[in-house]
Ligand binder design. Sequence first.
Ligand SMILES: *Cc1c(COP(=O)(O)O)cnc(C)c1O
Length: 499
Amino acid sequence: MKYTSTRSVQQVSETYALLHGLANDGGLYVPAGFPERSITYSMIADKSYQEIAYIVLSKFFPSFEEAHLKEMIHAAYSKENFATADIAPIHSLIERLSVLELFHGRTQAFKDMALSLFPYLLVAAKEAEGEDKEVLILTATSGDTGKAALEGFKDVPGTHIQVFYPTDGVSPMQQEQMQKQDGANVNVTAIRGNFDDAQQFLKRLFVDADMADKVGAKGVRFSSANSINVGRLIPQVVYYVAAYEELVGQGAIHEDEAFNVVVPTGNFGNILAAYFAKMMGVPIGKLICASNRNNVLTDFFHNGTYDMNRPFYTTISPSMDILESSNFERFLYYMSGQNPDLTKSRMADLKKDGKLSVTDEELQRIQQSFSGQFVNDEETKAIIEQVYNSYGYLLDPHTAVAMGAYMKELQAHPEDGGRHTVIAATAHPFKFPPAICEALELEKGVTPYDSLEHISAVTGVAFPKQLAQLQDKELRFTKTIDKEAMGKEILEFVDTFGK
Ligand SMILES: *Cc1c(COP(=O)(O)O)cnc(C)c1O
């Protein structure tokens, strides 16, 4: 299978796309011949998550040998890595409404769904491309991605990972998860300042020819684990296909009955994966894009203009605090009828003016399958409380935003009420103790663990294993540096394993 850029007609192999991440024209890679209508219910009926993963992934990465791809899938979606046997279980909340739980991986966020597999795909791509250098993953994180990438890459042969996080911005729980990271091939460093400082500096180091020469001389090349890589996107298609199989299996829908999905959205990767599943033949009706107060996407789905000229808000659903959704470019590409010239000129508009627009005709087409709703922090907390009190089910703030978007969409379109809806649950509620305490009006503890003890005592929700064990682990990475010293930090880390 060839991959092509969203901004030109150049084509590369699937392993090249995996290894390089971004096309050299600045575009994102998409499959050149999308496997449309390639999934039917009979192909997936009664299959396990791992078996469905093989069916889906082999259509996007056919150059991997069957045994090799299966081996990677089984290593990624193993008992050790996931707390539940059915990797992404469906919890039926009320009639016609289910929650797809994507948070049973090692870091309690849906990033684990892709980052458990991605390191294996990257190493396989590196071998297929004849790249004999060791890979050093560089990541700047504002929260969930850093920890999930550390867990994914730890002790994977041929790889190393350096994570930078800002002293201002990550939650105490997220910081502790990273400071206590184990694995022989990892390094974690705090940067004085905010996420933008860390991110900007790292981007510069990433493309710095002098840095590349220095690490190249030691047999090392840089790579990244961010969500624009097809190796992050495609594994996310699997759980929508598996959800379809499960819904039919549970008798919630018939095999040819459409269901809607609601996705709490930041960089647009998760909802795009749902759209890919729809294009493959999964009977998804409407895709509801849920946002918090950073509602640039909600506005787009209403009026066809994506306008980043607006204030940025920090909210209690921080993984959705994003104005520039990196995967949105892929969506634009498909909505333009896979037109790279048009996509390129729209992305140029976005760069120049901070906004872009689609035509009325395109907007009408988009609105046939997509809609957007947003929910503010007060509403989010009220929803957490309401859903807990009514159904005894505890939502994290991101999933609560999706629930709120579902309710608003239902108000606007009561006719949707007859259709089954799946809410994508992207984090375990215990990742966000302060917000949960506020929503349930519980006293906050001195430490996040104290807060979680309160929440657990009141709700009966058990600690995820990894969070329970975290408390007793030793702090391992406590270094804080100025952003100017990031290059030196990377080179010192390379000295510990390079030639
Ligand atoms: C990353 C993340 C999101 C946003 O997902 P995108 O694929 O970037 O849209 C939502 N919720 C949680 C908890 C996340 O970690």
